[in-house]
Write a protein that binds this ligand. Structure first.
Ligand code: CTP
Length: 398
């Protein structure tokens, strides 16, 4: 495989030497692309000798070979280790002021960034936002390890060990069965907004990231994907068809239209269970001494239960999601099992929320149930890990 190993300017660059050796021993062709600052830590001769390939940092070297485009185009996997705070910032803003950042813009293959920096830099809101932006675009950003840093300080910020980076990176390209090829899957994502008046709505905090991860991974596994997106705040992955919806009613229409021709429908959207009975034509005004308005709510259609009942296409698999916290009346699993039996879907993905898990976070903890409430799968990790587990369960059922 053609791998690009980007190296940014941090003391952990010495560990990238070991990573390079591992990748070469595994039989891969590795083109090392250090930043200028990286060469302050480990010199060009080391990279060239161990990779057996020329090493350039600048877009003005090897201009006749258009290296700033060619290196990224040839890559089947890009790893950046260490990825410094500066590199993350430049990648997040799409800069292309050296060969490594230009390569990141050109590459269409899986990209894994392994950050290493001081804890304060890793935890700074600027870096946190840059990592979130990169992850929302499908870039895989490892969490740094915790431990001894360059000086006497300790904390999160250490580069993970070279063998861990290699394993995580190679899993991105080898764990991709095209087992959904030839199938059309419909995924709903995001959160519905039910209008009160032209400017106000009842909504929820769903970002749409889990649904978008499902769409992205289904596309990677070969499916034709229609994403019905309700107010998502993450980009639509390349290659995925998108239909936008605002309210539960719009989402229902869009999902049902797409589902007529779908092999699998996954309802990952957070759909309002209730909406205001009426929506005012003009903005509701606060009248002095007029008191607070009382909202009258009416129940919405349960799209998932309806899809499970109607079966818009023969043999269609219907998958629902349930966010559960568990309470005095039952555990997360017990509530999920009751819901699985009630909804009639073929699979129900029970997401344990609360305590930093679920909404708006990167970590998830799921159990997949069949329609009888039996456990058919579990997964813990990023939204992509969860998404793959859902598709594994779908493939196993069909
Ligand atoms: N769903 C739907 N239409 C609705 C409400 C929910 O299709 N009007 C779907 C969601 O997309 C999700 C599943 O049903 O797949 C969630 O079930 P729901 O009964 O809403 O469960 P929770 O939101 O977890 O809430 P509760 O426990 O209060 O029932």
């Amino acid at each position: 495989m053609h791998i690009v190993l980007g190296v940014a300017g941090g003391i952990a660059a010495y560990k990238a030497v070991l990573l390079l050796r591992l990748l070469r021993e595994d039989g891969h062709a590795v083109r090392v692309v250090p930043t200028r600052a990286a060469l302050e830590f480990v010199g060009r001769a080391t990279w060239e000798a161990l990779s057996g390939q020329p090493v350039t940092t600048d877009v003005f070297e090897d201009v006749d070979q258009v290296a700033h485009v060619a290196v990224g185009k040839q890559a089947e996997l890009v790893i950046v280790a260490p990825a410094t705070a500066d590199l993350l910032a430049r990648a997040a803003t799409g800069q292309a002021d050296d060969l490594l950042t230009a390569t990141l813009l050109v590459a269409r293959c899986p990209v894994l960034l392994a950050p290493a920096m001081h804890t304060e830099m890793w935890e700074h809101p600027a870096t946190v936002a840059n990592v979130a932006t990169l992850r929302s675009r499908g870039v895989h950003v490892l969490d740094p390890a915790a431990g001894r840093l360059t000086g006497t300080d300790t904390g999160p910020g250490r580069l993970p060990e070279p063998d861990e980076i290699a394993a995580a990176a190679l899993a991105l390209v080898t764990d991709r069965p095209r087992d959904l090829a030839g199938r059309h899957v419909v995924v709903s994502a995001g959160g519905t907004r039910e209008p009160l008046d032209p400017v106000r709505f009842l909504g929820n905090r769903s970002s749409g990231r889990q649904g978008v991860a499902l769409a992205r991974t289904a596309h990677a596994r070969g499916a034709r994907v229609t994403l019905v997106a309700a107010n998502i705040d993450v980009p639509v992955p390349p290659g995925v068809d998108v239909v936008r919806a605002e309210t539960g009613a719009e989402l229902r229409d869009a999902v049902r239209a797409a589902a007529k021709d779908a092999d699998v429908v996954v309802m990952a959207a957070a759909v309002a269970d209730f909406r205001p009975r009426t929506s005012a034509e003009s903005k509701i005004k606060k009248e002095p001494g007029g008191g607070a308005p009382v909202l009258e709510l009416v129940e919405t259609v349960d799209i998932l239960a309806e899809l499970a009942h109607d079966r818009l296409r023969a043999g269609q698999l219907v998958v629902g999601f349930a966010a559960e916290t568990g309470d005095e009346t039952g555990s997360v699993l017990e509530h999920g099992q009751a819901k699985a039996r009630r909804k009639g879907a073929d699979l129900l993905v029970v997401n344990a929320v609360g305590g930093g898990r679920g909404f708006g976070t990167d970590a998830n903890d799921i159990t997949i149930l069949d329609g009888s409430g039996a456990v058919v799968g579990t997964a813990a990790g990023s939204k992509d890990v969860v998404a793959h587990a859902v598709w594994d369960a779908v493939v196993a059922r069909s």
